[in-house]
Ligand binder design. Structure first.
Ligand code: KIV
Ligand code: ZN
Length: 515
């Protein structure tokens, strides 16, 4: 039986970036986009071009760097947004403008303060304007799952007549329930006379943990595009996770009438890359990409798997890329081998100098650690390299004393705007002491929202990767640091977050302010 193509639309770089603290630099977005391209994602939503100069530049950089996937920018249903999106997408081989406006009574009344007829008029105008730039236009009915059915039909029909080629009905607030959300699509497609002229799409948030179930139910009811993110990253509880929808469709090919073009072997490396760039660890029991996803603990399960793998495994770990994590590098590895491994992981260097710096950090690490894993390489570049912010605070030197029965003391020398400053403090532990010493110099007035340490690989010589989330005046940033010494990793992460906080390029998303 021939199957329909299910379009995979990845919005890690746009909705994923709307997770508090998950902002990415332009270079990081390009790295992720290239991995998504390698994975054969059909559409990459690279950002929201009007949101800031940084977002515009990121969409433009992704559009120029990626050739095999369609590159998309989000735009509110207003002329300025659409023009800006089109400008950012100019270099793309294939581009899409994704315009949206809220259609639910609650959003129209309280957020937009607009009558439905006016909303419909604005939607049509936006789609027509976008069509002047590209024949690939997506229209989203924001808060679609809570919209009135008759109005949804009217605005969908009008948007298609105006030239929209994809109609997306998001479950913006994660309120949908699978049977109801799926049936809504079937009804909508049956009721709208020109529905055969557009692809229908889902975009589900995970507030009730139903994002993947809702997306798949929509597919069973005729939807042929899923919007999703790596590791389920996204606003609040996140979006439907790409790896879960792709592997569900593939593993249950007996029931799903669709297939994706995704090269699943790139899933785990991409998940690692996104996790290390955003500082959002993947929970061990996360489906597909969690460390325990293919681990069998109980004796009965182990015995079964050894006798016949399918007794307890419905997918092969290597099919989603678990086996690509081979030990390949160590102290004696040369520059060419290190560069080649970086490239295989989607990490390239624009200048010889950037490669030299990464290689020097590799050598430093190889002196401390016997085997260098892919995760170590990701960590080496995740909080370093060509950042698009200035490093106001740098660690020069650090001494930490920790002894049973004695309060730990940290003494640090920081370079602050080019000047060396020394500070000393005690604390309830060595990390607390080090952070207090930093604060005595920096006085950031930021609140520490999250501090987490993860072993990047196995063994006691593993690097610890520390994520620190800071908030100041409603502005949230994540800092990441890695080192075989976890106090040093903690200090690096804290300084990384402080440097981002000081960056004038930090911004918020206008989507939150409505149209
Ligand atoms: O959740 C949502 O409704 C969105 C739209 C802008 C597509 O992200
Ligand atoms: Zn969303």
């Amino acid at each position: 039986m021939s199957k329909d193509k299910l379009i995979i639309f990845d919005t890690t770089l746009r909705d994923g970036e709307q997770s508090p603290g998950a902002s990415m630099t332009r270079e990081e977005k390009v790295r992720i986009a290239k991995m998504l391209e390698k994975m054969r994602v059909d559409v990459i939503e690279a950002g929201f071009a009007i949101a800031s100069v940084g977002d515009f530049e990121a969409v433009r950089a992704v559009a120029n760097a990626v050739k095999d996937s369609t590159i998309c920018s989000l735009a509110r249903a207003v002329d300025t947004d659409i023009d800006r999106a089109a400008e950012a997408l100019k270099g793309a081989n294939s581009s899409r403008i994704h315009t949206f406006i809220a259609t639910s009574p609650i959003h129209m009344q309280y957020k937009l303060k607009m009558q439905p007829d006016k909303v419909l008029e604005q939607a049509v105008r936006a789609v027509k304007r976008a069509r002047n730039y590209t024949d690939n236009v997506e229209f989203s009915l924001e808060d679609g799952s809570r919209s009135e059915f008759d109005f949804m039909c009217r605005i969908t029909e009008a948007a298609i007549a105006a030239g929209a080629t994809t109609i997306n009905v998001p479950d913006t607030v994660g309120y949908g329930e699978p049977a109801e959300y799926g049936a809504m699509f079937r009804r909508l497609m049956e009721a709208v006379p020109n529905s055969d002229k557009a692809v229908f799409s889902t975009h589900c948030h995970n507030d009730l943990g139903l994002a993947v179930a809702n997306s798949l139910s929509a597919v069973m009811n005729g939807v042929r595009q899923i919007e999703c993110t790596i590791n389920g990253l996204g606003e609040r509880a996140g979006n439907a996770s790409l790896e879960e929808v792709v592997m569900a469709v593939r593993t249950r090919k007996d029931i799903f009438p669709v297939e994706t073009g995704i090269v699943s072997e790139h899933i785990v490396p991409t998940s690692r890359l996104v996790s290390s760039i955003t500082g959002f660890p993947v929970q061990p029991n996360k489906a597909i990409v969690g460390a325990n996803a293919f681990a069998h603990e109980s004796g009965i399960h182990q015995d079964g798997v050894l006798k016949h793998r399918e007794t307890y495994e419905i997918m092969r770990a290597e099919d989603v890329g678990w086996n690509t994590n081979k030990i390949v590098l160590g102290k004696h590895s040369g520059r060419a081998a290190v560069k080649a491994r970086f490239e295989a992981l989607g990490i390239s260097f624009d200048t010889q100098d950037a490669l030299n710096q990464a290689f020097a950090r590799f050598k430093d690490l190889a002196d401390k650690k016997h085997e260098i894993f892919d995760e170590d390489l990701h960590a080496l570049v995740s909080s370093k390299g060509s950042e698009s912010f200035e490093e106001v605070y740098l660690l020069v030197d650090m001494e930490v004393c920790s002894k049973t029965g004695v309060k730990p003391v940290a003494e640090l020398t920081l370079q602050v705007k080019g000047e060396d400053v020394t500070a000393k403090a005690d604390g309830s532990g060595p990390v607390d002491a080090a952070y207090k010493a930093i604060e005595s110099v920096v006085n950031s007035r930021a609140d520490l929202l999250l501090y987490s340490v993860n072993a990047i690989t196995q063994g006691t010589d593993s690097q610890g990767e520390v994520t620190v989330r800071l908030e100041r005046n409603g502005h949230i940033v994540n800092g990441i640091g890695s080192d075989t010494d976890i106090v040093a990793a903690s200090v690096k992460a804290y300084l990384h977050a402080l440097n981002i906080l000081e960056s004038p390029k930090s911004r918020s998303h206008p989507q939150r302010d409505g149209v």
